[in-house]
Design a protein around this ligand. Structure first.
Ligand SMILES: [Zn+2]
Ligand SMILES: [Zn+2]
Length: 357
């Protein structure tokens, strides 16, 4: 079969790789029908995640059909259409027993396209299938579903829920890429008073308005001042960091009100300064996290009911064989306007993607 293989920083290719097979009794083999590319994959290609070994097939988000299962798999069988979660869960270790599947110590966690071969391929082996894939309704479009493998649970759990968004809050989302936009969408579920989106790119700020931001600010123009003006000088109740740079994190800590929350979602490759000389007196809670995906069943029900516009984030679709072109379009998002790119499954007609004006 073909897969998208990482060969070291700056080197990758869509090429022949061995077909995966069942290795453990808890494995499932999934034929990939829809797959997407994550910003984290770009970090891997840059060499920011040295634990990813050359030769690894990338990708941790997919929709597909079960084609084979090991003897101990109970909840899915060949022919089932499933979502492959970015997080694999053994279900037995102390972390999984607490629902913190992202921190699984039994061989799960974020392993697909990281520590083992991932989903950017024609087939993928999913360990601990019972807890690591989710059966899909036949009515849910693959493009809607595939965004629930990572970015929607990540934004919701690590941004909105860790940030304790409540009705009437002022929520600032710093970074209006796919994860930031998903944070805007899921923050709105709690009826905040307002959502302020911050980004460097005018096109992404327009997208943020489309997805529900009430105000937007250019990151270069003192966005903390806009938040202060909107809140009578107080600051935001919740600030979600969805960029992963020291500057973005530090502006978040300047935007938050005393007693508020800063929820970091961004993947950081460098240290950031924690300004305790300002923060020590402000009762601020700062959270970090890797998604656990405990919310995926809830989000799937909402998407199936048409209550989450997930597929609208998909700006580009390609056949699976066009992986290298898709990476190029996604990596040059400032030029191409890409939010999420999906390879594989043909969309249903009623999914209307967001298009910049
Ligand atoms: Zn991801
Ligand atoms: Zn576990």
């Amino acid at each position: 079969m073909k897969g998208y293989v990482f060969h070291g920083p700056g080197q990758s290719a869509w090429e022949d790789v061995p077909d995966p097979g069942v290795q453990e009794a808890t494995d499932a083999i999934v034929r990939v029908d829809a797959v997407t590319i994550c910003g984290t994959d770009l970090h891997i290609l840059k060499g920011d995640l040295p634990e990813v070994r050359p030769g690894t097939v990338l990708g941790h988000e997919a929709v597909g059909e079960i084609v084979d299962v090991g003897a101990d798999v109970r909840t899915v069988r060949p022919g089932d259409r499933v979502l492959v979660s970015c997080i694999t869960a053994c279900g037995r270790c102390p972390s999984c027993r607490e629902g913190t599947y992202g921190q699984c110590r039994g061989g799960g966690g974020w392993i697909l396209g990281h520590l083992i071969d991932g989903t950017q391929a024609e087939y993928v082996r999913v360990p601990y299938a019972d807890l690591s894939v989710h059966p899909l309704s036949s009515t849910l479009d693959g493009r809607d579903a595939v965004l629930l493998a990572d970015i929607f649970p990540t934004s919701y759990e690590v941004g909105v829920l860790n940030g304790h968004v409540r009705p009437g809050d002022t929520v600032a989302v710093v970074g209006a890429g796919p994860v930031g936009l998903a944070a805007v969408v899921t923050a709105r579920l709690f009826s905040p008073e307002r959502i302020v989106a911050v980004d460097l790119a005018a096109a992404r700020l327009e997208a943020a308005k489309h997805f529900g931001a009430d105000a937007v600010a250019d990151a270069r123009e003192a966005p903390e001042q806009l938040v202060a003006d909107l809140t009578g000088g107080l600051g935001a109740d919740v600030v979600v960091e969805a960029v992963g740079t020291p500057e973005a994190f530090e502006v978040c800590t300047r935007m938050v009100r005393p007693g508020g929350h800063v929820a970091n979602v961004g993947v950081h490759g460098k240290p950031a300064t924690l300004h305790l000389e300002d923060l020590w007196i402000k009762n601020v809670t700062i959270t970090t996290g890797l998604v656990d995906t405990y919310s995926t069943p809830t989000l799937l029900r909402m998407a199936t009911a048409g209550r989450l516009p997930t597929g609208q984030l998909v700006t580009h679709t390609f056949p699976l064989t066009h992986m290298e072109e898709a990476y190029d379009v996604f990596a040059r998002a400032a030029d191409t306007g890409a939010l999420k790119v999906v390879l594989g499954e043909e969309p249903h007609e009623e999914v209307v993607p967001y298009r910049a004006a």
